[in-house]
Design a protein around this ligand. Structure first.
Ligand SMILES: C[S@@+](CC[C@H](N)C(=O)[O-])C[C@H]1O[C@@H](n2cnc3c(N)ncnc32)[C@H](O)[C@@H]1O
Ligand SMILES: O=C(O)C(=O)C[C@]1(C(=O)O)C=C[C@@H](O)C=C1
Length: 249
């Protein structure tokens, strides 16, 4: 089935409201994210690859801000042979969660998956070997991000990982402008008009406050992660791997 085309910002709006993950967004979300996030399919592929490498028996895998479950399914596809794995997806948009549950049920698997309609900041996290936050931390209020990353670190078993993907700012203003421009060129090439690009930009500006990569590294370091590295970048979008020290370290 071809996903429904995103035309949410295609008509002129008198006032652009803050972006929300409501039922209208749910309808077009796969098309929206594929045409908006450069490298999104590669990031999902990498989530599968890294999950295969780091998932531990008798542990949980979390997908925080799971939307329609793309990362949940990428993980589930690679852990069928690992003993006693449970996957938990969390999203605070009721419309997303409802549709996500249908998506997950649509593909048969032995691996148990639970989708919770909860806030990532308060949802229970424990006994995790892999925690994914794929373009979700950027929607958490900036002053609350340190505490969330700390809580994620505490929930990870030794040797566990956080897979964090985010849109980011470059601290070099000239480079930042270039990366933003390249991203807009990517959106234009994917069929978005200037109006759609500018109205979407206005809609997300108050709700999606992005950090620099330096700030992300600093936060991961402070939380205690032994290793953290960007493993994928395209323009101003990056995916990071953060590893908690194993028992041997
Ligand atoms: C850009 S989407 C994530 C995309 C998804 N991870 C993927 O890979 O397809 C961000 C999601 O995070 C959810 N979200 C934002 N803030 C949240 C919060 N505080 N708690 C739970 N979910 C949140 C939104 O409802 C939305 O579904
Ligand atoms: O920067 C943009 O234009 C985006 O659309 C980015 C972004 C994201 O990074 O999460 C924002 C909201 C949508 O969920 C999909 C993509």
């Amino acid at each position: 089935m071809t996903p429904k085309r995103d035309a949410i910002f295609s008509e002129p709006l008198t006032a652009v409201a803050d972006f929300v993950f409501d039922a209208n967004v749910v309808e077009v979300f796969p098309d929206m994210i594929n045409r908006s996030v450069p490298g999104y399919p590669s990031i999902l592929h990498g989530i599968g690859q890294l999950t295969k490498r780091y998932a531990q028996p008798q542990s949980r895998l979390y997908d925080l801000g799971c939307s329609l479950g793309a990362a949940t399914l990428a993980m589930r596809n690679v852990v069928a042979t690992v003993n006693d794995i449970e996957i938990i997806g969390v999203d605070n948009s009721p419309a997303m969660v409802k549709r996500c549950q249908l998506h997950v049920q649509g593909y048969k698997s032995q691996v148990p998956v639970t989708i919770r309609c909860e806030d990532v900041q308060t949802t229970e996290l424990s006994n995790a070997s892999v925690i994914v936050m794929n373009f979700t931390l950027q929607f958490v209020p900036p002053e609350q991000r340190d505490a969330l990353i700390q809580r994620i670190y505490s929930a990870l078993k030794p040797g566990g990982i956080l897979l964090l993907a985010e849109k980011f700012h470059s601290s070099d203003t000239a480079m930042d402008a270039t990366l933003i421009d390249l991203h807009h060129e990517f959106k234009r090439a994917n069929g978005y008009s200037e109006l759609e690009i500018s109205q979407k930009r206005a809609a997300i500006e108050n709700v999606m406050r992005i950090d620099t990569l330096e700030r992300h590294h600093e936060r991961l370091q402070q939380a205690g992660f032994a290793h953290h590295q960007v493993w994928f970048q395209c323009y101003n979008f990056a995916a990071m791997l953060a590893v908690k020290a194993g028992t041997e370290q």
